[in-house]
Design a protein around this ligand. Structure first.
Ligand SMILES: Cc1cc2nc3c(=O)[nH]c(=O)nc-3n(C[C@H](O)[C@H](O)[C@H](O)COP(=O)(O)O)c2cc1C
Length: 310
C-alpha cells in the first residue's frame, strides 16, 4: 500500500500533516507523537520581526469548536532559523514553514532567507483573521482586508514570491469570503504549487454576565468540528476549480474525517484543533487511513482523492 502523495515537488510519505499554530514547532509533541511518522509538520506562522500576539484572553471554547485570536505570536524569522529550524530538520519528516508578512517584498525576504536556510516548502499565510492587514494598493479606496479575501491581493503576493524563489509554495486561504474558488484560481494562476484550505472562520462569543466579548480581541477565528462540513464543501468546490493539490483542513478529528476530505478532493490533510484534545490524534489518523485502504483494497491514494459521486 502506497500512502505517499506529492505537493508540487515535495513528496510526503503519507497525507497527514499538522495544521499551523496547533502543533507549535513540534518539539512540545516529541514525547507524545512519533514525529517521523507524520507526512509533514506545518509550523506555527512566523513573521520577519518577533510578535507578542494579541491581548489575553485569546482562546475560548464554544459548542463543537474553539475561538482563538492569538495574533501570530512568534519569535521572528532570525530566531526561527537559528533555534527552531535545526531541531525541526532532525525530526525525520518534511517541514513546511508557515510565513506571514505585510507586503510582497517582506514575503520575498522571508521566503528567500528560509530557502537559504534549507527550507523546501512554505505555506504563505494570507488568511489569519486576527491581525491588522496593510493595504497592498494605495489607490484602492476600500479598507484593508485579509489578503486572501481579495483575489487581486492574493495574485500579487503569490506571484511576487513565485517569481523570486523556487521553494514549494502553498497558499493558505480564508473561508471568510463570498466565493473561495475565485481566490483559489488567482493563487493557482500566480504560481502556487498547492492550496491549504481553510483557515479559521471569523466569529465571536459574549459573556452574558459581564456583556464582555470572551476574547480581548473582540472576535477571533472558529475552528474544530463546528466548521467541518463548511470546510469540506469549500474543498469540494475548489477541487473542481483548480488543478493544483489541496491540503484540506477544518475540524478533522479522526481518520474518517480525513478520508472524507480526501474524497471531496484533498490530496493531503491537516489536523488542527484535534491536537489540543488528543495530542496523539495524528498517529490515529494515519493508522485509520491505512486500515481503510486495506479494507477497500486501495493501493494508491489517487484511487480516493476527489472521488465523491456527484
Ligand atoms: C490556536 C490556533 C492557532 C492557530 N494559528 C495559526 C497560525 O499561526 N497560522 C495559520 O495559518 N493558521 C493558524 N491556525 C488555523 C489552523 O491552522 C487551521 O487552519 C484551522 O484551525 C482549521 O483547522 P481545525 O479546525 O482542524 O483546527 C490556528 C488555529 C488555532 C486553533
Amino acid at each position: 500500500m502506497d500512502l505517499s502523495i506529492k505537493i508540487g515537488k515535495l513528496k510526503l510519505k503519507n497525507p497527514v500533516t499538522v495544521a499551523s499554530g496547533t502543533f507549535g514547532y513540534a518539539e512540545e509533541f516529541k514525547d507524545l507523537v512519533k514525529l517521523s511518522d507524520l507526512g509533514a509538520i506545518i509550523t506555527k506562522t512566523i513573521t520577519k520581526e518577533p510578535r507578542l500576539g494579541n491581548a489575553t484572553p485569546r482562546l475560548a471554547e464554544t459548542a463543537s469548536g474553539m475561538l482563538n485570536a492569538i495574533g501570530l505570536q512568534n519569535e521572528g524569522l532570525d530566531n526561527f532559523i537559528k533555534v527552531k529550524l535545526p531541531k525541526l530538520k532532525k525530526m525525520g519528516t518534511k517541514i513546511i514553514v508557515s510565513v506571514s508578512a505585510n507586503s510582497a517584498l517582506e514575503f520575498i525576504y522571508c521566503v528567500r532567507k528560509l530557502k537559504d536556510a534549507g527550507v523546501e516548502a512554505v505555506e504563505l499565510n494570507l488568511s489569519c483573521p486576527n491581525i491588522k492587514y496593510a493595504k497592498l494598493k494605495a489607490s484602492n479606496n476600500e479598507k484593508a482586508r485579509i489578503f486572501a479575501q481579495v483575489a487581486d491581493d492574493t495574485y500579487t503576493l503569490v506571484s511576487a514570491v513565485a517569481k523570486k524563489t523556487d521553494v514549494v509554495l502553498i497558499a493558505k486561504l480564508s473561508p471568510n469570503v463570498t466565493d473561495i474558488t475565485e481566490i483559489a484560481i488567482a493563487a493557482e494562476k500566480a504560481g502556487a504549487d498547492a492550496l491549504s484550505l481553510v483557515n479559521t472562520f471569523s466569529a465571536m462569543a459574549i459573556d452574558i454576565d459581564t456583556c464582555n466579548p470572551r476574547l480581548a480581541n473582540v472576535s477571533g477565528g472558529l475552528s474544530g468540528p463546528a466548521i467541518k462540513p463548511i470546510a469540506l464543501k469549500m474543498v469540494y468546490d475548489v477541487f473542481k476549480a483548480v488543478r493544483i493539490p489541496i491540503i484540506g483542513m477544518g475540524g478533522i478529528m479522526n481518520a474518517d474525517d480525513a478520508i472524507e476530505f480526501m474524497i471531496a478532493g484533498a490530496t493531503a490533510i491537516s489536523v488542527g484543533t484535534a491536537n489540543f484534545v488528543n495530542p496523539g490524534v495524528s498517529m490515529e489518523v494515519i493508522a485509520g487511513i491505512k486500515s481503510y485502504c486495506k479494507k477497500k483494497k486501495i493501493e494508491n491514494l489517487k484511487q480516493i482523492i476527489g472521488t465523491v459521486k456527484t
